[in-house]
Ligand binder design. Structure first.
Ligand code: KIV
Ligand code: ZN
Length: 385
């Protein structure tokens, strides 16, 4: 597909709000500002900096970020009540571009057991909240919490009403990570086709990872018309986390033939940002995590290493450098073949006079690799190769 015809996919990062809801991941104000600056460098469109009413610390962090970051829009979450909304607007005063994100639950289970409200009361409160927010700021997002378990007719009614009240972005969260890609994509498509004023807003998704489907659900929604994805660095977030920013962005970039959208993310900053978030939160990144895991571009099998040395695309669909690694890695171990060993020795400036000499080195290398999981450059030097 021609890049010129691509629509923009808004990247809304909520590492500092939903990400901080990962048990044990709380961050100080200064740490949040450092992460916000990294997200700005990454060229995230919207940074959800916190939930202003939830604590004085959150309020001050949002304020500090709003006063520092200029290239990304800064957002505060608020429940659909006046006090929350006014506190969010206050925190965002210094922002170059600000957004209030207000929400209320719309599923029968949440309305009945949590809110103890009738659907009509919820609708009225949602519309009132959006109007209050719009009187304070131009850019208002409204979320139907637990949208994926909301009755479709009610979803349409409330969406139409909050758009008329001035919401510019409508977010349909899969709050409990219950949906599957086919169902969730179909829900977005049907909603866009049913709500009469759908063209007046951007439709957004916010998926949780309880069944490991957050990224797949978000991408299915994008294929069906969603034009904002809410995500976090390293997939942090409440319970099993949110859709991971790095996976969404690289999926869209790598499979241009499948996704009709583009982002403005500067992908070479992904790995440094992931490391920063991991270092600050103390949440390690699993080695086999897509894109940012230590093994994401490491090749172990001899057959794969031989293929990579001959033609990189045999086993790589992305370039390690494009996401911020310095290079890919051929790890030397018992599965490595002659091609990988000879290439590494050549890089180290070790040359052989004959084929026999190299054969002898290879035998010694295999013997060492049987005793040691990974062979490092120091091992090669130490073994007198
Ligand atoms: O998961 C969720 O529904 C949320 C909303 C507040 C957007 O985090
Ligand atoms: Zn969430």
């Amino acid at each position: 597909m021609n890049t010129q015809s691509k629509e923009k996919l808004v990247i809304f990062d909520t590492t500092l709000r939903d990400g901080e809801q990962s048990p044990g991941a709380s961050m100080t104000k200064d740490e949040k500002v450092r992460i916000a600056k990294a997200l700005e460098k990454l060229r995230v469109d919207v940074i959800e900096a916190g939930f202003a009413i939830s604590s004085q610390g959150d309020f001050e962090a949002i304020q500090a970020i709003a006063n520092t970051v200029t290239d990304s829009r800064i957002c505060s979450l608020s429940r659909a009540v006046r006090g929350d909304i006014e506190r969010a607007a206050e925190a965002l005063k210094g922002a170059n571009a600000g957004r209030i994100h207000t929400f209320i639950a719309t599923s029968p289970i949440h309305m009945k057991h949590k809110l103890q409200m009738e659907p009509d009361q919820v609708l009225e409160q949602a519309v009132g909240a959006v109007k209050i927010a719009r009187s304070l700021i131009d850019d208002v997002e409204f979320s139907l919490e637990d949208a994926s378990r909301t009755e479709f007719d009610f979803m349409c009614r409330i969406t139409e009403a909050v758009i008329n009240a001035g919401a510019r972005t409508i977010n349909l969260p899969d709050t409990v990570g219950y949906s599957d890609p086919g169902e969730y994509g179909a829900m977005i498509k049907r909603l866009l086709n049913t709500v009469p004023n759908a063209d007046k807003a951007i439709f957004s998704v916010h998926c949780h990872n309880d069944l490991g489907l957050a990224v797949a659900n978000s991408l299915a929604a994008v294929q069906n018309g969603a034009r904002q994805v809410e995500c976090t660095i390293n997939g942090l977030g409440e319970r099993a986390g949110n859709a991971s920013l790095e996976e969404l962005v690289m999926a869209v970039r790598t499979r241009k033939d499948v996704f009709p959208v583009e982002t403005r993310i500067e992908t070479q900053h992904i790995v440094p940002t992931s490391r920063l978030v991991s270092g600050i939160t103390g949440f390690p990144v699993q080695p086999n995590k897509a894109i940012v895991g230590a093994n994401a571009f490491a090749h172990e099998s001899g057959i794969h290493q031989d293929g990579i040395l001959k033609f990189r695309e045999t086993y790589e669909i992305m370039k390690a450098e494009d996401v911020g690694w310095t290079t890919n890695k051929l790890s030397l171990g018992k599965l490595s073949g002659r091609a990988a060993l000879s290439s590494r020795l050549e890089e180290l400036g070790i040359k052989f006079d004959s084929k026999e000499e190299f054969n002898d080195v290879f035998v010694r290398f295999k013997a060492l690799a049987d005793k040691k999981r990974e062979i490092f450059d120091e091992d090669l030097a130490g073994a007198g190769f």
